[in-house]
Ligand binder design. Structure first.
Ligand code: NCD
Length: 342
């Protein structure tokens, strides 16, 4: 049996239910947060995604691993990339997938979340993929579903977005190799509200990244972020100096109450990644962004579309990484011959 790591209560979701994602054998039952996972699980996800990347290059982009399984995309918040790549991933694994449109579902008639879940359970589903504006929502759902159902967190409030972090690690590994120890990674932007950044920092730490930096105005940096082992910079060029990887973040205006910034224009002049500021990084730096990007707010178009950008590769890799995570939580990891060319 694999020992489960222990850690104190999660400050954002206020309980220690983070560890409900592992079964008694230390295998993934749900995928809710990167926190508390070991490097073997993360590396296993990345290696499994690598075999699915081959499937995604084949003429018939499909394997029968999840045939007969029913998966529900339950998105209570807007999404383009995440929802559609989960749907494609499910289809390429031969599962049946339903997309529940919350704005037209009975939730808008006052049905509680638990009643909605019980009705979906009664339809004999195997997995819920959940995005919700409340931190802790995916943990709550995982703690309240029938034992045979797995839950994947597709983003909860400003808490976690673990599948995004894993596709980002996959993108870094594909471009920079397996040794994260020699990498300098700079994360720039709205760290305070970003669930993506929190999950990325946990993943980078677990994979032993040499130097992780965060760069933002003081108002957009959580006060306790140094406890996560990162170095804080308030100056863009100092922070991205000699970086191998730069990850840009969107300003999460929907999560801001009150004035965090003087103006978008001023933010761009200090923290926008332009061709000029990018010169401070290494010549072979890669520029990443989880999307949606706001051109002229956090990133210049010439950088977003330029030679260092891997932003659209992240989207493509998201399919393979989500295929890996979905097959692992349902206990159907591919044998070698299951991902061979058709
Ligand atoms: C992110 C999200 O929803 O957290 N986007 C994504 O999933 N690709 C980042 C964002 O909204 O800025």
């Amino acid at each position: 049996m694999v020992n489960k790591p222990t850690r104190p209560t999660d400050p954002l979701i206020g309980n220690d239910s983070w560890n409900i994602q592992l079964d008694s054998n230390g295998r993934l039952k749900h995928f809710l947060t990167i926190e508390g996972l070991g490097s073997e699980i993360l590396t296993n996800i990345l290696d499994t995604a690598e075999s699915f990347a081959n499937v995604n290059q084949q003429r018939v982009k499909k394997v029968p691993l999840l045939r007969g399984k029913t998966i529900v995309n339950l998105f209570f918040e807007a999404s383009t990339r995440t929802r559609t790549t989960f749907e494609l991933a499910a289809k390429r694994l031969s599962a049946d997938i339903l997309n529940i449109n919350i704005s037209t579902s009975a939730t808008s008639k006052g049905e509680s979340l638990l009643d909605t879940l019980q009705n979906l359970q009664a339809m004999l589903c195997d997995m819920f993929i959940v995005r919700h504006c409340d931190s802790g929502a995916a943990h709550f759902i995982a703690g309240n579903v029938a034992p045979h159902i797995s839950v994947i967190n597709a983003g909860d409030g400003r808490h976690a977005h673990p599948t995004q972090a894993m596709l980002d690690m996959f993108t870094i590994r594909r471009n920079k190799g397996r040794d994260f120890g020699r990498l300098r990674v700079a994360i720039v932007g709205d760290l305070l509200h970003s669930r993506v950044a929190r999950s990325q920092i946990h993943a980078l730490n677990i994979l032993n990244t040499g130097d992780v930096r965060v760069i933002a105005p003081k108002t957009l940096i959580p006060t306790d972020i140094e406890d996560m082992g990162v170095t804080v910079f308030n100056d863009l060029e100092a922070g991205i100096k000699d970086a191998d990887v730069i990850i840009m973040l969107r300003l999460q205006k929907e999560r801001m109450q009150g004035a965090f910034l003087p103006s978008e224009h001023e933010y761009y002049s200090q923290y926008g990644l332009t061709e000029e500021s990018l010169r401070a990084a290494r010549d072979d730096v890669i520029v990443m962004h989880p999307g949606p990007i706001n051109r002229g707010v956090e990133i210049e178009s010439r950088v977003a579309d330029g030679e260092h950008s891997v932003i659209l590769d992240q989207v493509t890799y998201g399919i393979s990484v989500r295929m890996a995570i979905m097959s692992m939580v349902l206990g159907r990891e591919p044998e070698h011959n299951e991902t061979e060319a058709n």
